[in-house]
Design a binder for this molecule. Structure first.
Ligand code: FNR
Length: 378
């Protein structure tokens, strides 16, 4: 088996194994991709203080995120079409997260449905909600998440309109993929992926098809999203959703101090500093650059999480040092899934945990709960 030592190894293997349309969907950002690149690059600008001769026995990465115990402060981010990176992808990733003791977040735009994932896991997972125009459908999704015993609702606020991703348009992204000659030739060169897909019946949007009134044609994902998602979404809708859900609520997509204060006032349990992995507003700062300002503005009133560009345990530690209670990983787990299925997601999590543990020790800390800004150079 190929030796996998870091997230980049998983990315390269996934690139070989996943059809171009779906690999590109994961590995791209909007327009010039400047925010997508900055998310990763800005982490590298934060330098650690190396400490020595400090007792490093009995280290602990245990923490909580939105009140849930986690074996390390990392959760799996919601990502659409995950079941196209690998057959039954959401189920496999949820299982890997469950075994690892970290939260898995299922996207509204998943291939495996809420019920599919619930039937194949034993611990509660989190559900991510997009606000669509059809409010009856939103209510039904909330009901389904409740019935599946989801333990938190992650409400994404940064996709009222869709950022253009050039590659998705060029590739004619759809699920299931349209059987054009180019797609067929490309898929034929990915035999493992094809075999997996032949062995599952889950090849389209599990939460949407057959449920939302207005769904007729999802052949073009970008035009479908712009028809269905609600550009009129406001903080009143957040209140409406909070009331209907009644459980833990995490608001995703906050990049501005003023919005962070509004999120804190909304009574949500946590907010995620996120620019959607550089897939929405190109030209926005990186999430790690935005984090300190948001912690300062609202960190006393609401738990702060972040995502975007986390590619190592070092990055997790940097985010925690700057005040994030936990981080989410999107592409790293997708690369793991595309490369090696469930084993690849597990490998991704092992890599991040080991890097986090050892880097924390280098910085002279034994407990992730005691990590603060002092581990970074000013
Ligand atoms: C996403 N993201 C996302 N977010 C969300 O709330 N609902 C969704 O359905 C999706 N779909 C999605 C698909 C793909 C392929 C990617 C890469 C991302 C954004 C995601 O939750 C998260 O914010 C970013 O992925 C974090 O950045 P990294 O870790 O990918 O750099």
């Amino acid at each position: 088996m190929t030796l996998i030592t870091c997230i980049e190894d998983l990315r390269l293997l996934a690139k070989r194994r996943v059809p171009r349309m779906f690999y590109d969907y994961a590995d791209s950002g909007s327009w010039t991709e400047s925010t997508y690149r900055a998310n990763e690059e800005d982490f590298g600008k934060l330098k650690f203080r190396q400490r020595v001769a400090v007792d490093m026995n009995n280290r602990s990465l245990r923490s909580t995120m939105a009140g849930q115990e986690v074996s390390m402060p990392v959760a799996i981010a919601p990502t659409g079409l995950t079941g196209m990176q690998h057959a039954d992808g959401e189920i496999l990733a949820a299982r890997a997260a469950e075994k690892f003791g970290i939260p898995f977040t299922l996207s509204t735009m998943s291939i495996c449905s809420i019920e599919d994932v619930a039937a194949h896991t034993s611990k509660p997972f989190w559900f991510q909600l997009y606000v669509m125009k059809d409010r009856d459908f939103i209510e039904r999704l909330i009901e389904r998440a409740r019935a599946a015993r989801c333990s938190a609702l992650v409400l994404t606020l940064d996709l009222q309109v869709l950022g253009q991703r050039h590659k998705d348009l060029r590739n004619g992204l759809s699920a299931p993929p349209r059987l054009t000659l180019a797609n067929l030739l490309n898929m034929a060169s990915k035999p493992r992926w094809c075999l997996g897909m032949l062995g599952t019946r889950r090849r389209s949007f599990g939460n949407i098809v057959g449920h939302a009134k207005s769904v007729s044609d999802m052949s073009s994902l970008s035009s479908w999203t712009s028809q269905q998602f609600d550009p009129g979404l406001s903080w009143n809708d957040v209140e409406w959703i909070k009331q209907r859900w009644g459980g833990k609520l995490i608001i995703k997509g906050i990049m501005d101090a003023e919005d962070a204060r509004l999120a804190a006032n909304s009574g949500a349990d946590a907010l995620i500093v996120s620019n959607h992995g550089g897939r929405q507003l190109d030209g926005a700062p990186s999430s790690i650059a935005a984090l300190p300002g948001i912690v300062e503005a609202a960190g006393k009133d609401i738990e702060i999480h972040m995502d975007g560009g986390v590619r190592s345990g070092q990055d997790v530690l940097r985010a925690v040092a700057l005040g994030a209670r936990g981080v989410y990983i999107g592409r790293p787990f997708l690369y793991g899934l595309g490369a090696l299925g469930e084993a690849g997601v597990t490998r991704c999590l092992e890599i991040i945990r080991n890097e986090l543990d050892i880097t924390m020790a280098f910085c002279g800390k034994r407990d992730i709960q005691h990590v603060s800004r002092e581990i970074l150079l000013p």
